[in-house]
Design a protein around this ligand. Structure first.
Ligand code: MRU
Length: 345
């Protein structure tokens, strides 16, 4: 296994991140040192994935404070700049969570904010390993032998700060010698599965097959999958879960086939303030992402697109929510509040 991938570095005055739009062709790191840099990187998915957005949001507050000091911003100007970061994408609750977690420290000064932001990064790695262990334990208690897994989008180190959530469970199964193969949905339109998850699995020598998103239901119904495991951008109070567009179709196929469908996510992705999935703000992205392929227009010029970045899987289709604290069975329609926010880690 190669060196663990850590996609976020703090240089002292900038955040160095992997520009994920360049993968798998080139491993390029870019420096973000202004609010515009951060907002742009989030908007064009150079940085992405819910937990990673939380870390970037928190460090973004430090960058905003530094820029504000350089450019002599007023307090309302600084607040507005931080809000721009917080609102750069709406669906993953982690972005707002990361900003909100460090913002109250501003009164104590820049170093206090920085320490809190770096704390989030350090905690994220431990959280992900705990998710990996919890998920692998749950799966191994139900599936004997080598497990055949299906996953969607990218939930690995590239979506977090290290190791990954759903991909962390897959890595843990592999480390235990309990992984058969991973079916990796390509994840249209931006191919986080084919470009990013497959790249991470290659680095770790994990056997996998990239498949078109449209193949997923058939792969499940043909009995080729023992468990589907995805990440989350937001798990709300009744257990409904927003994740990359295409997730709910996998859940429906799993329900029909009697295959467990698992959501692996840190507590920072759980939003108990939002009641149901219908209340989640689903990001709509530029139609060009669907109408073009590799930057070349493929749909007729007259065609317009429908391009939601996420969908909502109802709690009734989710076999288990794996967090760093517990494995919660939420089909009943409520995330058990006494299991969220315990903060053992
Ligand atoms: O648009 P993206 O690439 O940010 O979407 C990411 C996902 O949907 C992930 O599955 C989710 O954020 C969980 S990442 C651990």
């Amino acid at each position: 296994m190669s060196e663990p991938l850590r996609p976020i570095e703090w240089t002292g005055s900038a955040v160095r991140v992997i520009d994920q739009t360049e993968l798998p062709g080139r491993l390029v790191r870019i420096s973000l040192d202004s609010v515009d840099d951060v907002v742009d990187a989030i908007a064009r998915l150079a940085v992405r994935g819910a937990p990673q957005l939380g870390a970037i949001g928190a460090l973004g507050v430090v960058l905003a404070m530094d820029q504000g000091a350089r450019e002599r911003w007023t307090a309302p100007e600084l607040d507005a700049a931080i809000d721009r970061i917080r609102d750069a994408r709406p669906t993953a609750v982690n972005l707002a969570w990361g900003v909100d977690r460090v913002r109250p420290r501003m009164a104590q000064g820049r170093e206090a904010v920085l320490a809190a932001a770096l704390g989030i990064i350090e905690q994220d790695e431990r959280v992900n390993h705990a998710i990996g262990r919890n998920g692998a334990d749950w799966i191994q208690a139900r599936v004997p032998g080598r497990v055949r897994v299906l996953t969607h989008c990218n939930t690995g180190a590239l979506a977090t700060t290290a190791w990954g959530t759903a991909l962390g469970v897959i890595r843990e199964l592999h480390a235990r010698g309990a992984l058969g193969v991973v079916y990796v949905d390509e994840t249209r339109p931006l191919l986080q599965g084919a470009r990013l998850t497959a790249w991470e699995l290659v680095q770790d020598g994990i056997p996998h097959l990239v498949q078109a998103d449209g193949a997923a239901a058939s792969t499940i119904l043909r009995g080729l999958v023992d468990v589907a495991i995805i990440g989350a951008d937001r798990v709300v109070a009744n257990g409904d879960t927003a994740n990359k567009i295409g997730s709910v179709g996998i859940a429906l196929a799993c329900a029909d086939a009697g295959v467990p469908f698992i959501v692996a996510a840190p507590e920072s992705s759980v939003d108990l303030q939002t009641a149901t999935g219908a209340d989640i703000d689903i990001e709509m992205r530029d139609g060009a992402e669907v109408l073009s392929w590799g930057g070349v227009r493929v749909a007729p010029e007259q065609s317009r697109a429908y391009n939601p970045a996420f969908d909502v899987t109802p709690a009734r289709l989710i076999s288990a929510l794996v967090t760093e604290e517990a494995v919660l069975e939420i089909r009943a329609g409520e995330v058990p509040r006494d299991h969220i926010g315990i903060g053992v880690l």
